[in-house]
Ligand binder design. Structure first.
Ligand code: SAH
Ligand code: SF4
Ligand code: F3S
Length: 430
């Protein structure tokens, strides 16, 4: 009998990728099909994120909601980073949960669904050599893991605790998966890892020496792949070789995520980021020189416990200087099992006001950038055709396409920018 799976995914692209694995394994091995309606599901899975406190806190109210609406014998499973962080505490606090499967244990999904109250959360489990079932669904985009875990010890971040040590996936496995996905219609590949450009630093078995630049070169040889993206690279590992490959390889999207976190050297040091503001700006300068039209995105944390007003001003200065095209900004959230956890927090009103100042500044930057886009032509890959037609330029700008022309997902068109509304771009197919 066909069983139904409802899955809700929080967090980053790695979690999206893990959910894809879970879905595919359960479809192929356990005869599940997906439902969007939790009430009719035989299995409800929440794939969680614990990078900030709020999503973690919300988990228990989510579990409460699903426990109340689920079919009588339906199971509830908690996966992802909060599963790793809290383990069996989840079942103790919410007895309606049937299993807990940590972020680094996704390949055990078929096993845990049949073990009552299973808790599989080891963060030293090695999934790097595990061949996952590969989705046969034809999607224009393929998310491909290239490494698991993270070896950095940024003082605010829980990820090393939830995903364990960094291990790279063997090159041949990555290429095999990318080739398979390309044959099944993938036009865009997104390479995933917490520090993608540290690829090759450690394998679990003997492997020839290879780095991220070599991997990019190999992936770009695959026929059918038109755009290669990657997330997240670390500014510390942006050496000249990598930047040159990024600049000159035509298949690589000219958008780069450069997570700054703070523009103050004092705070960067306290965050244990391993680079200075000068290094960061030097890398930006080199990238902009080689790719004048590059799109640059970033993540910034405001109100880290040791951040003074002057430190915060340094961050604003870097934001102005770089002119980020995309910015994800967060208020520092203390996480247990991180080295910054016991530091005294900055008052909430100060944190909120810094966040607002930063976001207002960024909004102004985007508005002035968007004005300059009118009449520019971009190569746009279509990413959405359902509610509206949207796509992304090679340098990562989201463009809404007007006019009734028939388009399909994953196709690339020349689009002329016709309008800018508050920083959002609109265009017509040329
Ligand atoms: N590996 C990536 C980050 C993954 S976490 C990198 O190094 O860039 C995604 C983002 O969440 C981080 O870049 C950071 O900006 C934010 N973040 C992580 N821990 C946080 C915390 N404790 N409080 C607030 N934001 C946090
Ligand atoms: Fe977290 Fe730092 Fe690792 Fe990124 S590099 S996942 S911020 S510890
Ligand atoms: Fe969240 Fe884990 Fe990703 S904490 S951001 S789901 S690595």
């Amino acid at each position: 009998m066909n069983k139904k799976l409802f899955i809700k995914t929080f967090g980053c692209a790695m979690n999206m990728r893990d959910s894809e694995h879970i879905i595919t394994e359960l479809q192929i091995k356990e005869n599940y099909s997906i439902t969007e309606n939790a009430k009719e599901a035989d299995l409800i899975i929440i794939n969680t994120c614990s990078v900030r406190e709020k999503p973690e806190r919300k988990l228990f109210s989510e579990i409460g909601i699903y426990s109340n609406i689920k079919k009588q014998n339906a199971k509830i499973g908690i996966c992802g980073c909060t599963a790793s962080a809290l383990g069996e505490k989840i079942i103790k606090k919410a007895p309606s949960v049937d299993f807990v499967l940590g972020a680094r244990n996704v390949s055990k999904i078929s096993k845990v669904i049949s073990i009552p109250k299973a808790v599989e959360v080891a963060t030293n489990y090695d999934e790097s050599n595990y061949e996952f079932c590969i989705s046969k669904d034809s999607s224009f985009r393929a998310l491909i893991n290239i490494s698991i875990g993270c070896d950095k010890k940024c003082s605010y971040c829980i990820v090393p605790h939830t995903r364990g040590k960094e291990i790279s996936i063997p090159l041949d496995m990555i290429l095999k998966e990318a080739e398979f996905r390309a044959k099944n219609g993938a036009k865009e590949i997104i390479l995933l890892g917490q520090n993608v450009n540290n690829y090759g630093a450690r394998f679990s078995n003997h492997h020839r020496k290879v780095n991220f630049t070599n991997l990019l070169q190999e992936v770009s040889k695959i026929d059918g792949i038109q755009r290669i993206k990657f997330v997240s690279p670390h500014p510390l590992h942006m050496d000249d070789e990598f930047i040159e490959e990024f600049a000159y390889n035509k298949k690589i999207s000219k958008y780069i995520h450069m997570p700054l976190q703070s523009g103050s050297n004092n705070v960067l040091k306290d965050m244990k980021r391993g680079y200075s503001k000068e290094w960061f700006l030097n890398r930006v300068e080199k990238i902009k020189k080689l790719v004048p039209n590059v799109g640059i995105g970033s993540d910034i944390i405001v109100a880290f416990p040791t951040e003074s007003e002057d430190d915060f001003k340094d961050t604003l200065d870097v934001v102005k200087e770089v002119g980020f095209d995309t910015l994800y900004s967060f208020i520092y959230s203390p996480r247990e099992n991180t080295s910054a956890f016991n530091l005294e927090e900055i008052p909430r009103d100060v944190a909120l006001s810094r966040l607002e100042t930063l976001q207002n500044l960024h909004r102004e930057i985007l508005k002035s950038k968007a004005k300059k886009e009118i009449n520019n032509t971009h190569r746009v890959m279509i990413e959405n055709v359902i509610d509206s037609i949207e796509g992304r330029s090679d340098n990562g700008r989201l463009i809404k396409i007007e006019g009734s022309k028939e388009v399909s997902l994953g196709e690339i068109y020349d689009v002329v920018i016709t309008k800018n509304e508050n920083g959002s771009l609109f265009g017509k197919i040329a």
